[in-house]
Write a protein that binds this ligand. Structure first.
Ligand SMILES: Cc1ncc(COP(=O)(O)O)c(C=O)c1O
Length: 373
């Protein structure tokens, strides 16, 4: 298999653990194992006694039950637990796609949904964002024109990395109607789901809303527990889950037993975890709004209605990678350049972490010292 290096992950591997201030994180605030266990009576003792043998390939049944409670029509048998979000994207592609198939993906994107199909000899067709007065939009008429009789899968990501775009219920229904008409599978990466900034922006999971829908979920982002490396696929399509389970026996076989236990505790207490993370988001957003208003000549952003990230346009003539490298060298503040998405002229900011205000004020120092002259 020949696959393109993952530009975003390569960039992160250089800077994530050396930059002091991360201003582009896509995950919410994490917590300690002790804090997580304290959320549930008796969990600490149960964790100490948890069995460290292998678990089921499809995932511990108790965890699958906890995961299925996130959905409205999905049962625990319609869940497959995987290693975070990357493994299920990889396995889904290998389970469903053949060379010469076409897939459509929102562009810019988290690179897996383009590079994995391409590495398999598929054609990956871009459904490109439109910026309408800074607001990211995906035009459904354009999507309909991209569909051919070879289109096998539409890859969606909502809330979207990196633009922060999130589909409305009406848009979701229109996309499903199109996919249904052409018998296309929808794979929706929903790793930022449940972090809608107000309940009115929540939409059903694609696995609930469409009989050929596959939803990807993970502990890493909205719940802030990336270290667990637990993710899952939810779908009514048993044939797809079965094919993925067969492939998983060549990758991880089963997930980590302690992580499965901890993920269960987190999901049973997800209301509390999400409340805390949304409070962080709601306290960070006004700081970003003030900042981008103050420096409107330099930057433009559109406040998203879901998720912990947004893409910011640079209104001056500097290469985004060059700017990001200068900011990290001068102030140890990390931004994510549009370059890693092959979408120049933008950078990503993240606002799900408690220490975002310090990172933003360090970035402001850079701006006043270097960009206002
Ligand atoms: C949209 C999207 N999907 C998948 C992933 C991968 O998540 P994980 O690190 O939990 O595998 C990310 C990580 O940034 C992401 O933003």
């Amino acid at each position: 298999m020949t696959i393109q290096p993952f530009k975003l992950e390569r960039f992160y591997s250089i800077h994530e653990f050396t930059a002091k201030h991360l201003l582009c994180s896509s995950d919410c605030e994490a917590m300690t194992i002790g804090d997580l266990l304290a959320l549930e009576n008796g969990a600490n003792e149960k964790f100490q006694n948890h069995w460290l043998g292998y678990t089921e390939t499809k995932g511990n049944p108790a965890l699958r039950q906890d995961i299925s409670n996130i959905y409205s029509t999905i049962s625990s048998d319609e869940i497959l637990v995987c290693a975070a979000a990357q493994e299920p994207i990889f396995l889904f592609c290998h389970a469903v796609l053949k060379p010469q198939d076409e897939v459509i993906f929102q562009f810019p994107c988290y690179q897996s949904v383009q590079s994995i199909p391409e590495s398999m000899g598929c054609t990956a067709v871009k459904w490109t964002v439109n910026y309408n007065d800074n607001k990211p939009e995906f035009d459904i008429d354009v999507l309909s024109q991209l569909i051919t009789n070879k289109t096998k899968v539409i890859f969606l990501n909502s809330p979207h990395n990196p633009t922060g775009h999130h589909f409305s219920k009406e848009e979701q229904q229109a996309i499903i109607a199109l996919a249904r008409k052409h018998n296309i599978i929808i794979f929706c990466d929903e790793v930022y789901r449940e972090l809608e900034h107000s309940p009115q922006f929540a939409i059903p999971a694609f696995a609930d809303a469409y009989e050929n829908g596959v939803s990807l979920g993970v502990m890493s982002k909205s719940y802030g527990l990336g270290g667990l490396r637990i993710g899952w696929l939810a779908t009514h399509r048993q044939d797809i889950l079965e094919q993925i389970a067969i492939l998983k026996e060549y990758t991880t076989i089963c997930s980590s037993a302690p992580s499965e236990f901890l993920a269960g505790v987190a999901l049973r207490n997800r209301g509390e975890i999400l409340k805390r993370n949304l409070e962080i988001v709601h306290s960070n957003i006004p700081l970003l709004t003030t900042f981008f208003d103050k420096y409107a000549d330099l930057f433009s952003w559109h406040q998203p209605n879901a998720g912990p990230i947004s893409f910011v346009r640079m209104n001056f003539d500097t290469d985004d990678l060059d700017l990001v490298n200068r900011v990290v060298a001068a102030k140890s503040v990390l931004l994510l350049p549009g370059d890693v998405y092959d979408f120049k002229g933008y950078f990503r900011v993240g606002f799900g972490r408690k220490n975002m205000p310090e990172a933003l004020s360090k970035f402001e120092e850079f701006v006043t010292e270097n960009l206002l002259k």
